[in-house]
Design a protein around this ligand. Structure first.
Ligand SMILES: [Zn+2]
Length: 254
């Protein structure tokens, strides 16, 4: 009881003016239904991110990216920003919802901002990603994965979760290298040919893509898994997709 009173007293800005402790206690704000009776439980914690979404900044320098990501009028942010030399800046607590993905969808989930950590890489979109930057990214991803137990299939690009609307990270991004470290799925040739009955769009949807506009989903898949500039799914792409669908059914959720 005494402990409780001391804790409540900490909320009291002007104790001498308080007639009773309970009269001046200002509890932290709660978000919930006005129709519900509040019966607090101690058994809870911060919400857990289950995806990592990767971006490139488009702006050429860390300073310019920071100016945008910290500008309240821009209404855009990320949890982390990594410079070309590997310097990592954190802008938002991992338990908070950064505004990096916008309207988004993956595997039945919309609003990826609510469930993900966003990482921006300083890159203008027309250049290879610096080795020091990728090395720093891999270290950061290992750290995030060890703390949040994010499944390997849930390391995605902005273009994956917003097909047609976003095209980052660019075709220069080394997805295969990331997958070799356990971040994201990949299949190496030779691929087993898919059966004739294998439906490309159904395969993309199984992987997670929003296929309401099939051409946009195909473009996003190609950017991530087969960035050869060709817009169509050839047999090698279909075989890659078939292999990825098989993986997501087995190891993808680990
Ligand atoms: Zn982005």
């Amino acid at each position: 009881m005494l402990q409780d009173l001391r804790r409540r007293a900490r909320y009291c800005l002007l104790p001498a003016l308080c007639l009773t402790l309970s009269a001046c206690v200002t509890a932290p704000p709660r978000v919930g239904s006005a129709n519900a009776q509040w019966q607090p439980s101690p058994n809870h914690g911060p919400r857990k991110p289950n995806y990592v979404i990767l971006h490139h900044t488009s702006s050429g320098t860390l300073e310019r990216a920071l100016a945008t990501l910290r500008n309240p009028r821009a209404e855009v942010s990320s949890h982390y920003l990594i410079d070309r030399d590997g310097r990592i800046v954190q802008l938002v607590d991992e338990n908070q919802r950064a505004w990096h993905a916008g309207e988004s969808y993956w595997g039945g989930h919309s609003d990826l901002n609510s469930a993900s950590i966003g990482i921006e890489l300083v890159n203008n979109g027309k250049e290879p990603f610096a080795p020091a930057q990728i090395k720093a990214l891999l270290g950061l991803l290992s750290d995030i994965r060890s703390r949040h137990k994010i499944p390997r299939a849930n390391f995605l690009g902005h273009a994956d979760v917003a097909p047609g609307r976003k095209t980052d990270p660019s075709a220069f991004f080394p997805w295969q290298q990331l997958a070799m470290s356990g971040f994201g799925l990949w299949c190496n040739p030779p691929y087993a040919p898919p059966p004739e009955s294998f439906d490309t769009i159904l395969g993309l949807a199984t992987l997670g893509y929003d296929v309401r506009d099939p051409l946009r989903a195909i473009s996003a898949f190609k950017l991530h898994f087969s960035p050869n500039g060709d817009k169509d799914m050839d047999e090698a792409d279909r075989a890659m997709l078939y292999c990825l669908v098989g993986k997501i059914m087995t190891v993808g959720r680990e």
